[in-house]
Ligand binder design. Structure first.
Ligand SMILES: [Zn+2]
Length: 239
């Protein structure tokens, strides 16, 4: 799987269709298109920051999902979005219609305040939903454990567990899953926090960089955590 891919809707090079075609050739089982969403100062790249762009984006992924189902491909495609936690809460509430997405990635979780920020948004989304089955999968994009190794680690773990938020083994940031963070991975195992693989692909050349993350998942004995995520994906209704 590669659950972290950017298309030309933000700072990726390829169109969604090109990414999907490539993923079929690579025989991936799951991919997610997760373009950027932000109104923070980092918003210098083109992002999904208006209704028209977001609906065109979702429609294009939808068309690919329909194609995959119709042609009986083994590949499953998720409608994702990567939410910059530097965005304002109002902006997130206004533009993200939660039942339209299969996956929400949060990026830049670096302190306790950001946990509270995400918690508020999840609470808001859950209250808006009438059909709980439509709630998307949640994950942390390229999360750096070192921010929490000196404090608040238990709080983080309880938060991830309670909200079923996964940790991403991101092949573009191997330092974050290096052995210096071993204690963090022990905690993931203890709490049975789901783990996933994402490559942060901006071009096709690293669409399939999943070998090293998979090895590290095994190295930290997190196969069960990976299984937990796979089970969640299996029961998702895509499209
Ligand atoms: Zn990204």
């Amino acid at each position: 799987m590669n659950l972290h891919i950017h298309s030309n809707y933000s700072d990726g090079r390829q169109t969604i269709t090109q990414i999907v075609k490539s993923a079929i050739k690579l025989e991936l089982d799951y991919i997610a298109i997760t373009d950027h969403f932000t109104n923070s100062w980092k918003a210098w790249v083109s992002t999904l920051n208006n209704y028209e762009t977001i609906s065109a984006y979702l429609e294009e992924i939808s068309d690919c999902q329909k194609y995959l189902t119709k042609s009986n491909k083994q590949l499953s495609l998720l409608k994702g979005i990567e939410v910059d936690l530097g965005s304002s809460e109002r902006f997130i509430r206004n533009y993200i219609q939660i039942d339209k997405f299969d996956l929400i990635l949060f990026e830049y979780l670096e302190n306790y305040e950001s946990i509270a920020f995400i918690r508020n948004i999840i609470y808001y989304w859950k209250n808006k939903l009438t059909d709980f089955n439509k709630f998307p999968v949640l994950g942390l994009a390229h999360f750096d454990p070192s921010y929490f190794l000196t404090g608040n680690l238990e709080i983080l773990m309880r938060f991830l567990k309670k909200n079923n938020i996964y940790f991403e083994f991101n092949s573009s940031y191997p330092l974050f899953y290096s052995r210096k963070n071993e204690f963090f991975f022990k905690k993931l195992k203890e709490y049975q926090i789901p783990v996933a693989i994402g490559c942060d692909s901006h071009r096709l050349s690293n669409l399939n960089d999943i070998e090293e993350p998979m090895e590290m998942i095994k190295y930290y004995n997190l196969e069960i955590n990976f299984e937990i995520l796979l089970n969640t994906l299996k029961f998702l209704e895509l499209g």
